[in-house]
Design a protein around this ligand. Sequence first.
Ligand code: FAD
Length: 417
Amino acid sequence: MKEKKINIAVIGGGASGLIAAIEAKKNSDSSCIVSIFEKNDRVGRKILSTGNGRCNLGNNSRDICYYGGTITDIVPQIFFNFPDTKEYFRSFGLICREEDNRLYPNSNHASSVLDAIRLSAQSYGVDIYCNCEITEISLKKNKFMLKSSDNIIYYSDVVIFSTGGYAAPALGTDGSAFSILKRLGIKISRCYPALCPIKTNPNLVNNLKGIRIRARASLFDSNENLITSELGEVQFTSDSLSGVCIFNLAAYCKNRNDLFISIDLMPNTNLKEVYQLLFDIYTYRSNWLLEDFLTGIFQKKMTLQILKRCNISLKSIKMTCMLSEKDLYSITNVIKDWRFPVCSLSEWNNSQVTNGGVPLKEINSNLELKKIPNFYITGEALDLHGACGGFNLNWAWASGFCAGRNASLKWRKISYD
Ligand SMILES: Cc1cc2nc3c(=O)[nH]c(=O)nc-3n(C[C@H](O)[C@H](O)[C@H](O)COP(=O)(O)OP(=O)(O)OC[C@H]3O[C@@H](n4cnc5c(N)ncnc54)[C@H](O)[C@@H]3O)c2cc1C
């Protein structure tokens, strides 16, 4: 089998791997061979899918309250050391603009982000091997031996592991790379989909399919303790609740089946005001058909489901004037607190991020494995996930930056020793 010697091997040409490779090459001397190994036919395929093709490439906030996982105090330090995102990408010629703290490329196309990064990597002299999956890594005489799908054995002084997690397997991230780490004796926290739809009882949502509404979604346990709450768009599908605020709740669900989601369809109006509103409508729509009672507030199919949830049958109560005071109270309650049981999280292919991965206590502040010196881990392969809004790419860039710079320092030390 053919063998090749390289100096810094970056496994995975996604967001964090590309930045890690650029920083590793930029901060080493020209003799340092930095290579990216990417199993897809091109690097950065996931970047093209981000932000619905617009790439929400960051968020002005780096507050760790937007992150979950086994966070340690190295996380704020890594964010602190990463330059201002807009300035950083400007140095690649990529101009960003802001929408409510979220960063997007000025072109509004994710391809601009990928192309600016990919072409910069090439111009710095990073070698990129596509269609090349790394299947095994072992230590041989102070070097890492990398087995690849192109039947070449690569020997590298330093490894940066940037393979992502399980989310969006069609884009190359099916979690199989974690087996490489497991064989090296590295523990992986159990992984669950995050930022994904939440499945509920299909009977409760099937007739609401296609509706999108601005609401407050709150996640509770079976003792009615509030876990977290989000304001934003809720979408209904045939068997799930979806939309940005539901995605953010998903990160708290893992495999728990004792949870429910409460949807407040009128988050800016309190219970008393909603009742008063319904009472007023009841008064001047008394001769309307009941199915039209909430016209102007909700879509008709939602009105029908609200009434069904209140056990108000259109067969027995045809006209609005036939509603009782008790009926008005129960409609008010459903509008403010419509409950949906959490059955499960959606599948990996509907998930944007992995909740789980290599626990941060396994690595030092340079993102180097404590157990295996010269081996760095970045991005979603680590047990850290962010909320919707550019927080995950924030982490991918910042962790790639940190690992790439430290890997180059390490390589200098190794090569001068
Ligand atoms: C549909 C979608 C939309 C998203 N939108 C946003 C958004 O707008 N903003 C945001 O902040 N985040 C978004 N995210 C999340 C964000 O894209 C990821 O968190 C981020 O890309 C993770 O970066 P990474 O470098 O860790 O891994 P990835 O970008 O997933 O890259 C990992 C790479 O490693 C390769 N690989 C895996 N195993 C091997 C192996 N054994 N050998 C060689 N190569 C391997 C994979 O093919 C892949 O290219 C989105 C995710 C999805 C799926």
